[in-house]
Design a protein around this ligand. Structure first.
Ligand SMILES: [Zn+2]
Length: 637
C-alpha cells in the first residue's frame, strides 16, 4: 500500500477523503484587531477509500487548537512537518471502525491572534487589521505554502478539495461583515451582531474570505451585483462600477452564464484578489473613478477561470491568471474594438519584456518561484495573455472560443491541469497541439529573429524573399509555426499586411506582388502580437524608389524601440547615430561604422532601443562623412 502523502502547493496527491462542507463560526468582536476569541470549524467529509490506517489532514497557522471532535467524540490530533515547510499541517488517524463512505463531522475548536505570510514588508496573504478594517487575502506572493486561508480557517487548505462554506461572524455593533456566497441573516445578540454567509457551491479554500468594516452594499444594475464600500464611497463607486453590468454581459457572452449566487466586491486596503463572489478590490483602484476598471474586470473573469474551474495545484496558476489577463484584452476590444484589442496586447507584450529584467525568464506551467520570482510572477499574467492571443490566431476564433466553453463546461466547479485544457482544444480542433503547449507554455523564453530580405522589382510590384533565422539562446529551443505580421508602408502611407511563419533554425518565406513600399513594420499589425524580438534585419533593395537622401524611422510615435531605415550610398562611411533632445543635449550616441559594398543600391535597418529614454521630441542624426541626415522623432509611453 502506497504511503499517504498530503498534497503540496505544487504537487497534488489524491487523498482518501473528500470534504463536502465547512461550517464555521468565529468571535471577532475585537475587530479590527486580528483576535479570534473563539473559533469552531466543523468539517463535513466522507472517506472515499477504506480509511484503515489512513489520516485526515488540516492546516492552521498561528492559532492554538483547544480540541478536536470526531463525530462529537474527542480525538487525538498531531502536527506533521516543520512550521517553515510548505506542508506544515495537522493530522488525525481514522478511528477504529471508520468505514469507506462514512460521512464524518470533524469539529476543530481554536483561538488566538491571526497572522499573515512571513514576508514583511511584502506580506500580502493572510489576515490584516488596520485601525478600522480587518480583512483577509487568500494567497501569499512569497509564502512557500501559497494558500493563506489557513491563517484564519482550520481547513484542508489546498485547491484540489473544494467544499461548500457557511460562515458565521460575530462582530461588535456598527460593523458589517462581507464574505462568500449569500448573506442569509444577521442575528442580533446581546452586545454584538452575527453575520451568516453561505454558499452551497464548491469553493477552493484560497477563495474564501471575510472583511469587516462599516460597509454599505451598493447595487449596480441588478440586486446580485454588489460593491461593498464605505458611506463616503457612494459617488466614486457610481463612476468606477458604472460598467459592471456590461462587464458581466461580455463575460457571459464569451464564457457562459455567471456561475455563482452573486457578483460581489469589497474595498480593502490591499488587493486585488478574486475571492469567490466577494472580490477584494484594492480601494485605491476602486476609488480612481475609472469606469474602464480593468482590475475589476480581471477579478470578475476569475470567477470563471480560477473559481468555477480551479487549478488542481498551484503549478497551474497560469490557467487562472493568463485567462483573467486575456479577458482584459477582450474588455479593451469591447470598449474600443480592434484598436483596443491590439493596443492592449501590445501593452502586455511590452510589460512582459520589462518584467523579465525583474523576475527572470520563466515558463507559464510549473514556473520557478524562488526570488526574484514569486508565487504570482508577472509572466503568468502578461506572457500568458499574449500566448492566448497567439493560440486564438492558431485555432481561429470559433474553435478558440467554443473550445474554452467546452473546457469550462467539462470542468464546472472542478479542478484542472494544463493537459486538460490542451486535450479539450485538441478534441475540438482535431489538431495536435503538443508543439504549441510545449514551446509557449511548458518551455520558457521566446524566439529572436534575424531577417535577410531581398526584394526584386517586377512590373512595378515587388517580390520579397525573407530568410528568417532563430537566434535565441539554445536553452529556449527552436519554435515552430511562429506568426510574424509584416506591414508594408506604401508611398501614400497606407499599409499592406502579410503574415509569415518562422519554423525552427531557418525558414524562407516568399511574399509576392507587393507594390513598391517605403518601409516595413514587424509585429505591429492589426491581427495579433507575437511573443518575439527582432535582432537584426539586412535589406537588399533592388528598387529605385528609395530616397537616398532621407532616413525613415518607425513606428511614430515610438515606445520601446525605433526602427531606422537608412540609405547606404556607395563607398561611404556612416558614422555615429546621435539622439538629441530639444535643448540640444545628446541623449544617446551609438558608434556605427558601415561601409557600403559595391554593386546595387543598399539600404540598412537598425533597431534603436529607447525604453530608457523619457517621452518627448528628439532629433535623430546619422553622420555620412562630412554630411548628415536628420529626422524628428517622438517618444511617448
Ligand atoms: Zn488574477
Amino acid at each position: 500500500m502506497a504511503q499517504q502523502r498530503i498534497s503540496s502547493p505544487v504537487l497534488y496527491n489524491k487523498q482518501p477523503f473528500d470534504i463536502l462542507k465547512y461550517t464555521f463560526s468565529i468571535d471577532l468582536t475585537e475587530a479590527p484587531k486580528p483576535i479570534a476569541k473563539q473559533a469552531i470549524n466543523t468539517i463535513t467529509f466522507t472517506w472515499t477509500d477504506n480509511p484503515v490506517e489512513k489520516k485526515f489532514y488540516f492546516h492552521l497557522r498561528d492559532l492554538t487548537i483547544d480540541s478536536v471532535l470526531y463525530n462529537g467524540k474527542s480525538i487525538q490530533f498531531y502536527q506533521e512537518g516543520n512550521i517553515d515547510s510548505a506542508d506544515f499541517h495537522y493530522a488525525i488517524d481514522a478511528p477504529i471502525g471508520a468505514m469507506k463512505n462514512d460521512i464524518v463531522s470533524l469539529s476543530i475548536y481554536y483561538h488566538g491572534i491571526m497572522g499573515s505570510e512571513p514576508a514583511e514588508p511584502n506580506s500580502w496573504g493572510g489576515v490584516f487589521g488596520t485601525n478600522r478594517i480587518l480583512y483577509t487575502m487568500g494567497v501569499g506572493f512569497h509564502a512557500n505554502y501559497v494558500g493563506t486561508t489557513q491563517h484564519w480557517l482550520a481547513c484542508y487548505d489546498h485547491p484540489s478539495d473544494k467544499a461548500a462554506f457557511k460562515g458565521s461572524f460575530i462582530v461588535s455593533k456598527g460593523k458589517y461583515v462581507c464574505s462568500n456566497g449569500l448573506l442569509t441573516s444577521i442575528d442580533t445578540l446581546e452586545n454584538a451582531l452575527r453575520f451568516n454567509w453561505e454558499t452551497n457551491i464548491p469553493t477552493a479554500t484560497y477563495l474564501l474570505t471575510f472583511a469587516i468594516d462599516s460597509f454599505i452594499p451598493y447595487q449596480f444594475g441588478s440586486k446580485t451585483n454588489i460593491v461593498y464600500g464605505l458611506k463616503s464611497d457612494s459617488s466614486v463607486l457610481q463612476t468606477s462600477y458604472k460598467l459592471l453590468p456590461k462587464m458581466v454581459d461580455m463575460l457571459e457572452r464569451y464564457f457562459g452564464p455567471y456561475p455563482f449566487e452573486k457578483v460581489g466586491y469589497v474595498l480593502t486596503p490591499t488587493g486585488s484578489m478574486e475571492h469567490q463572489t466577494m472580490i477584494s478590490v484594492d480601494q485605491s483602484i476602486a476609488r480612481k473613478k475609472d469606469s474602464v476598471n480593468s482590475v475589476s474586470l480581471h477579478e470578475l473573469a476569475h470567477q470563471w477561470f480560477g473559481d468555477m474551474v480551479s487549478p488542481i495545484d498551484f503549478r497551474y496558476a497560469w490557467l487562472t491568471e493568463s485567462f483573467a489577463t486575456y479577458c482584459e484584452t477582450l474588455w479593451a476590444h469591447e470598449l474600443k474594438k480592434n484598436t483596443g484589442y491590439i493596443s492592449d496586447q501590445q501593452a502586455k507584450l511590452s510589460s512582459y519584456f520589462s518584467s523579465v529584467t525583474r523576475e527572470g525568464v520563466l515558463s507559464l506551467d510549473n514556473f520557478e518561484r524562488k526570488s526574484p520570482s514569486s508565487n504570482y510572477p508577472s509572466t503568468i499574467y502578461v506572457k500568458g495573455a499574449v500566448v492566448l492571443g497567439m493560440l486564438r490566431h492558431e485555432l481561429g476564433d470559433d474553435i478558440f472560443f467554443t473550445g474554452i466553453r467546452s473546457y469550462l463546461d467539462k470542468f464546472t466547479y472542478g479542478n484542472v491541469k494544463t493537459e486538460d485544457f490542451q486535450q479539450v482544444l485538441e478534441n475540438k480542433s482535431g489538431k495536435k497541439l503538443d508543439w504549441f503547449f510545449d514551446q509557449w507554455i511548458i518551455r520558457k523564453g521566446w524566439p529572436r529573429f534575424t531577417f535577410d530580405t531581398t526584394s526584386i522589382i517586377e512590373n512595378n510590384s515587388k517580390k520579397i524573399k525573407i530568410t528568417c533565422k532563430q537566434v535565441q539562446p539554445k536553452e529556449y529551443g527552436y519554435f515552430k509555426n511562429v506568426p510574424i505580421e509584416l506591414g508594408f508602408r506604401l508611398a501614400d502611407n497606407s499599409y499592406i499586411y502579410k503574415i509569415i511563419y518562422s519554423n525552427d533554425a531557418e525558414s524562407i518565406s516568399m511574399i509576392d506582388s507587393i507594390p513598391a513600399y517605403r518601409s516595413m513594420t514587424i509585429n505591429q499589425g492589426p491581427t495579433l502580437r507575437t511573443l518575439m524580438q527582432m535582432v537584426s534585419i539586412t535589406t537588399i533593395n533592388e528598387s529605385e524608389d528609395f530616397n537616398t537622401n532621407q532616413i525613415y524611422t518607425y513606428p511614430m510615435p515610438a515606445q520601446d524601440a525605433i526602427t531606422i531605415e537608412y540609405p547606404l550610398p556607395h563607398n561611404t562611411c556612416i558614422g555615429d547615430i546621435i539622439l538629441i533632445d530639444t535643448s540640444g543635449k545628446i541623449i544617446k550616441q551609438l558608434k556605427k561604422e558601415i561601409y557600403s559594398s559595391e554593386g546595387f543600391e543598399k539600404t540598412g535597418l537598425f533597431i534603436l532601443h529607447i525604453s530608457d529614454i523619457a517621452s518627448g521630441n528628439y532629433t535623430l542624426t546619422m553622420k555620412y562623412g562630412n554630411n548628415q541626415l536628420s529626422r524628428q522623432i517622438i517618444i511617448t509611453r
